[in-house]
Design a protein around this ligand. Structure first.
Ligand code: A2R
Length: 331
């Protein structure tokens, strides 16, 4: 590693939603570094369309141990950002096996590859993207959530992320791998698939504005409060984590601000050019783990990294998401 930063970087899951923003962030932050990303075989490259800076993509199924080892051996990244995952909470109820396999076995393959290649001279920093879902069942008296709040997972996805989290801890303790575990709270931005609530609502509004849908939007739970950040601030946090966080430690990455789902709906409806959109309750009702208030404390992370968020979720991120969908629909 030079004094200007890492010479070689690997992002697993680089063609995913966050991976594409991280690629953008890192190519600008480390213009001299060689940046590699993995893409799942047959995966779409749509998220990478607007990235003009240089990087190299490698096809990899992270559940394939020999291929994972070969890639790490070939490029020997000094920073590894591990994002490849089954990232949908809802899918995890339908496909718990796939979720646990991709997320836990995938990470074991990555950590094993590094363990086997580790020497006195080669021991990369590995940033692991864990999740606020690990905290799961949280009572009001436990807010804001710190890294010491007990983990109480409510979905197979949350269990898989605890597995990833604790594997990172174990490989640090047992083998001295430089893992940094980030428990990341809700984050969104343009390109977020409409399977996620805020993006779904913005997509629906853009369809209504284009005359492609009746002016009705359904909701599952307006009362839930979550801790939202802009994905562009989150990927900046990932870079700072690799540079400044303590190996072996765990950090919450969040805004510390509670935003209700109702605020998200109202903000997006207010931004719409159509003023007679009706909100109706989805007959499917809330998900098993909707509801409640999840707000994190980012003080451990901001103290060590000096991370500052630049974008306000309601007034900057949401308008950008709506504009993204308007443009997609008008193409
Ligand atoms: O599912 P795909 O084809 O979109 O590919 C996803 C990829 N991925 C895999 N890559 C290699 N081998 C696999 N077996 C495998 N399964 C899935 O990981 C996708 O490109 C990437 C994850 O990106 P997204 O699904 O867009 O998630 P997002 O929001 O970017 O989250 C990134 C990370 C994940 O670890 C989340 O659990 C965490 O941040 O919140």
């Amino acid at each position: 590693m030079s004094s200007l930063g890492p010479n070689t970087i690997l992002i697993t899951g680089a063609a995913g939603f966050v991976g594409s923003y991280l690629l953008q962030e890192l190519t600008h932050r480390y213009p001299k570094a060689k940046i590699h990303g993995t893409i799942r075989p047959k995966e779409s490259k749509d998220n990478l369309k607007d990235i003009t800076s240089k990087y190299e993509l490698h096809e990899l199924d992270i559940t394939d141990a020999p291929s994972t080892y070969s890639l790490i051996e070939a490029i020997r990244p000094e920073y590894i950002f591990h994002l490849a995952a089954q990232s949908y909470v809802r899918t995890s109820w339908e496909s718990p096996q796939e979720t646990i396999t991709t997320n836990m076995l995938g990470e074991i393959n990555l950590l094993e590859a590094v363990r086997l290649l580790k020497t006195d001279k080669y021991n990369p920093i590995i940033v692991i993207t864990c999740s606020s879902e690990e905290y799961g069942l949280v009572t009001k008296s436990q807010l804001p959530i710190t890294e010491d709040t007990p983990l109480a997972p409510l979905s197979p996805y949350a269990v898989s992320k605890i597995g990833q989290d604790f594997l990172g801890f174990q490989y640090f303790k047992t083998y001295g791998l430089k893992t940094i575990r980030l428990r990341v709270f809700n984050h969104s931005g343009p390109k977020r698939p409409p399977a996620f609530g805020d993006s779904h609502t913005a997509h629906e509004i853009a369809l209504i504005e284009a005359g492609l849908k009746e002016p009705v939007i359904t909701y599952r739970d307006l009362t839930a409060v979550r801790d939202y950040s802009d994905v562009r601030d989150i990927v900046h946090a990932y870079a700072l984590a690799a540079e400044r966080c303590e190996a072996g430690d765990v950090y919450n990455v969040c805004s510390g601000i509670g935003t209700s789902i109702e605020q998200i709906y109202n903000t997006l409806l207010h931004l719409s050019t159509i003023k007679n959109i009706r909100l109706e309750a989805d007959p499917a009702g809330p998900r098993p783990t909707d509801g409640g208030t999840i707000i994190g404390s980012n003080s451990k992370f901001t103290k060590i990294t000096k991370w500052q968020q630049k974008r306000d979720f309601l007034t900057q991120t949401l308008p950008d998401i709506l504009e993204f969908w308007r443009q997609q629909i008008n193409v």
